[in-house]
Design a protein around this ligand. Structure first.
Ligand code: FES
Length: 247
């Protein structure tokens, strides 16, 4: 099989929006030049797991949960453009095990005490863990971070012990709210989301910001106050259907 190099001579004669055909797990999928593999898969009803990507924000390509193999070479499907005739491996045992390990490491890195978390039932990390059969992560040591919880803001609370550094809040605040309330601080294993002020109360954050919208933070890091456990057990997002099949 020819290694995927990112160049495709067939593309040189194609324009943005032109139809192309490629394969995902051996099935023909129609896409359009200018789409990512994930977008084309979504349109075709084929689910690719994801964490840092969410509809309405530019892709960041950082969590790698959406990794696929393209002509034998791994790439993040949320940022990789479609190309005519490529072969994409999505749900092979090898790729699924790779994704499972990434999700497992996130559970080990943060404090994800699901039964006590307000986001339980609508948490994408929890839902992916369930999907991958990660009932009790035991492969790596727990890092058990002890970061201060920022409850200074009148309407919003920030618990970065649950943060998975997907950057959705950062992109939403910067590109939609045009505020830059959030940003990364620290390096390496100490990298985490911080706020552009001494604490959240000393920023221009508002509960109406896109960054604070339920569903932007995929876990329970950003929590709106006074709406805790707003949906009863059984009526939460992933109580009704698994994350597989969701965008
Ligand atoms: Fe593609 Fe996170 S969803 S890298």
């Amino acid at each position: 099989m020819t290694p995927f190099t990112g160049k495709n001579e067939a593309l040189e004669n194609k324009m943005i929006g032109d139809d192309i055909v490629f394969k995902i797990d051996g099935v023909d999928v129609r896409g359009r030049i200018g789409q990512t593999i994930m977008e084309a898969a979504d349109d075709a009803g084929i689910h690719i797991p994801r964490l840092c990507d969410v509809e309405g924000l530019d892709p960041q390509g950082s969590c790698r949960v959406c990794t696929v193999k393209i002509n034998g070479r791994t790439a993040a499907s949320c940022t990789q453009p479609v190309a005519d005739g490529i072969n994409v491996e999505n749900r092979t045992p090898e790729i699924q095990e790779y994704r499972r390990d990434l999700v497992r490491m996130l559970f080990h890195e943060g404090n994800h005490l699901c039964p006590a978390c307000e986001a339980s039932g609508r948490c994408e990390l929890q839902a992916l863990g369930t999907d991958f059969g990660i009932l009790q992560p035991d492969k790596y040591p727990y890092l058990q971070p002890s970061r201060p919880v920022d409850a200074s803001h009148h309407d919003v609370m920030l618990d970065t012990n649950r943060c998975i550094r997907c950057g959705r809040c950062i992109r939403a605040s910067a590109h939609v709210d045009h505020k830059n309330v959030f940003g990364y601080v620290g390096r390496g294993i100490n990298k985490q989301v911080g706020v552009n002020g001494t604490d959240l109360a000393h920023t221009n954050a508002a509960v109406t910001d896109k960054a604070m919208e339920i569903g932007i933070c995929p876990v329970g890091c950003i929590i709106q106050k006074r709406v805790g456990f707003f949906a009863p057990i059984g009526a939460r997002r992933f109580d009704k259907e698994p994350i597989t099949g969701k965008k």
